[in-house]
Write a new protein. Structure first.
Length: 294
């Protein structure tokens, strides 16, 4: 007779009591709980993890209502922090799950500490700069990291991407899942951007138009991420390192990491060598984010 609650019966039929017990012992952090992060939080709660730490510094706005899982029609705007909506969603699914909302940006000591304490980390960003930072931080502290992305790069083309950095066998860098130009631009100060603009004639502030984002496409990416997490934790199989979802075709493709990656092999589990905390010593990153969330 199982000591696990009956709510997990159908889970157990797939991956067994041992698998469910492993999930019940796993603490996760979800960095970014918007259109991608909120359906992911829902899946993680339904799987029955031990604890979830949703991290986001933004509040719900009217344009989020088409894709934020757990938001209600009468949640006030402004006045509804995304992390609190995510916490409410988890508690309504399973009040035994420990939820610790963190309303802060990635570039903060609080969020860095959250990552270090988690068993698994999920990143749900719109930009490659934060992805690169979280990828390095997780490598330095040997944390399993799953990065999610959804994209509509051009009219009629849409899909997403899941990258699983697990046990030093692949990451965003060695799977070529980052645009180095975007990462460089994110890390640059305004003065450095101005210098490049003077040389190349590129505007210092490039206005990035917000693209389309819909619940079903985000939901596919979130479900793929939750599935790879599930199989890795329960031992059903090793997770795929990279999954590309082409919704307009539709099809899925996978890829293998490159050997001898600096992040997977050189600094994994070596926080002093990596010094990922150097990003906390870049005040322009915090200031830029503060301006974005006003």
């Amino acid at each position: 007779m199982s000591d696990l609650p009956a709510r997990y019966d159908r889970n157990i039929r797939l991956f067994g009591e041992e698998g469910q017990s492993k999930l019940r012992a796993t603490n996760v952090a979800v960095i970014g709980v918007g259109g991608l992060g909120s359906p992911l939080v829902q899946h993680l709660a339904l799987l029955g993890v031990s604890g979830i730490t949703p991290v986001d510094d933004e509040e719900l706005d009217e344009t989020n209502r088409n894709r934020f899982v757990g938001a209600r029609h009468d949640d006030p705007v402004p006045g509804s922090p995304k992390v609190e909506l995510a916490a409410r969603l988890v508690h309504e699914i399973d009040p035994t799950i420990r939820v610790t909302p963190v309303r802060a940006s990635l570039i903060s000591e609080e969020v860095f500490a959250t990552v270090k304490q988690a068993d698994w980390v999920f990143g749900c960003f719109d930009e490659d700069g934060p992805r690169a930072i979280l990828n390095e931080l997780c490598a330095a502290y040997a944390k399993s990291y799953i990065d999610l992305a959804s994209d509509v790069p051009e009219e009629g083309v849409y899909g997403g991407r899941i990258c699983v950095a697990w046990q030093g066998g692949g990451c965003l860098h060695c799977l070529d899942a980052l645009d180095p130009r975007d990462v460089e631009a994110y890390l640059s100060t305004d003065a450095e951007k101005a210098g490049r603009a003077a040389i190349y004639g590129v505007p210092v502030e490039v206005v990035r138009e917000t693209g389309p984002s819909v619940s079903p496409i985000n939901g596919v990416a979130a479900a793929l991420a939750a599935t790879e997490f599930m199989v890795a934790v329960t031992g059903m199989r090793e997770p795929q390192r990279l999954i590309n979802y082409y919704g307009h075709v539709p099809k899925l493709t996978t890829a293998k990491p490159k050997p001898d990656c600096y992040y997977c092999k050189g600094i994994r589990g070596k926080p002093q060598d990596a010094d990922a905390e150097r990003f906390l010593r870049m005040p322009h990153l915090r200031e830029r984010r503060r301006k974005q969330t006003r």
